[in-house]
Design a protein around this ligand. Structure first.
Ligand code: NAD
Length: 336
């Protein structure tokens, strides 16, 4: 049978991206909804054919324990709620898919990993780009030295954020652009190299007179030094639009723009001569469906998910170091 997902938090991403894609899954289906808004439970419950017995408020969330149709809980809540709802899901005997950023601190990530381990349940983070064909090819080419050994990665992620939302409220978001969109620059630098940074240096630029940025940062630029010598030069912004990366090797480059969007990925490779665009066939499963099917496959096979809790934790370790570097105005060493 297909494994059953309960989606927690019926906001934009859950209702516009995740729930429609669950219909296309080979190994998964939507079986339950959790929301604090009765009207949303009514609307989406009717739309997706979810019976009232499988609709939960946050108050009766822990009752998911008694519902054998729910195998996996997908946490799509504001960042500061990820840890609590993931841990309670594991304690209710469910596997966990949690959105990025995994949580708002290393301590929370470690608690999530420990809770899932104790319950004997899998934990996966919603790093959908790991399941997107152009990114998978970029990883293969970059790590395989297709344009020579990687020397430099440049990557920028950002958008001009509209005011009045939880993303701009630190207690809910845990931070600004870095937690939300700059994490794509960080995650890409890590997956393109397959290495963990050993040194971080960051500067923050935020106009605190802009009412959007009373409690969180706008722009944060950071350099990551990897053990092989690769430097990643990364941008994270809440006031300008970016979605790209470039892997530069001794013999050319791999360029992606957009690199981590929902669709429309474009890749150029330059290896001597002019850059050539590389086009891939449309995959049988788009990145969302492939991500949603991956966890059930891992549950069945016993394999560790590609985007495991450990991956989420590693990003948060670097994020904490980036913030520390910007705050203290110095390079921060990692690892060891
Ligand atoms: P959203 O604001 O549209 O949805 C958040 C949901 O949480 C809403 O339904 C809201 O009602 C609910 N909620 C419960 N308690 C809340 C509280 N105290 N304050 C505010 N909202 C509360 O946000 P979103 O864009 O759907 O983001 C949700 C999560 O998904 C975030 O962690 C975000 O980083 C992640 N996300 C991931 C991707 C991706 O591509 N992987 C894309 C967008 C969002």
């Amino acid at each position: 049978r297909k494994l059953g997902y309960a989606v927690v938090g019926l906001g934009n991403y859950a209702t516009n991206q995740i729930m429609p894609r669950l219909k296309e899954c080979e190994h998964a289906r939507l079986v339950a909804l959790v929301s604090g808004t009765p009207a949303k439970l009514e609307r989406y419950g009717a739309e997706y054919g979810i019976p009232t017995t499988h609709r939960y408020s946050y108050r009766d969330y822990d009752r998911i324990r008694d519902n054998p149709d729910i195998d996996i809980v997908y946490v799509v809540l504001p960042n500061s709620m990820h840890a609590e709802y993931s841990i309670r899901a594991a304690q209710a005997g469910k596997h966990v898919m949690c959105e990025k950023p995994m949580a708002i601190s290393v301590v929370e990530c470690e608690a999530m990993i420990a809770a899932c381990r104790k319950a004997g349940k899998k934990l996966m983070i919603g790093y959908r780009s790991r399941f997107e064909p152009y990114n998978r090819l970029a990883i293969e080419l970059a790590r395989g030295g297709h344009v020579g050994p990687t020397r430099l990665i440049t990557t920028a992620h950002g958008f001009n954020i509209r005011p009045d939302q939880w993303r701009l409220d630190r207690p809910l978001s845990g931070g600004g652009s870095l937690m939300d969109i700059g994490i794509y620059s960080l995650n890409a630098a890590r997956y393109l190299t397959g290495e963990e940074p050993v040194e971080v240096s960051a500067i923050e630029s935020t106009d605190r007179a802009d009412p959007r940025f009373r409690t969180v940062e706008d722009r944060i630029d950071f350099l990551l030094r990897f053990p092989s010598g690769v430097i990643a030069n990364c941008v994270s912004s809440y006031s300008s639009g970016h979605n790209d990366y470039r892997v530069i090797g001794g013999e050319g480059f791999i360029h992606m723009e957009p690199a981590t969007a929902y669709s429309g990925h474009r890749m150029w490779i330059r290896k001597g001569g002019e850059p050539r665009q590389r086009e891939l066939p449309t995959p049988a499963k788009n990145q969302f469906v492939a991500q949603l099917d991956h966890l059930p496959e891992c549950i069945r096979s016993g394999a560790e998910p590609i985007a495991s809790g450990d991956e989420g934790l590693k990003d948060l370790r670097v994020i904490e170091a980036i913030y520390r570097s910007a705050r203290e105005g110095r390079t921060v060493k990692l690892g060891g």
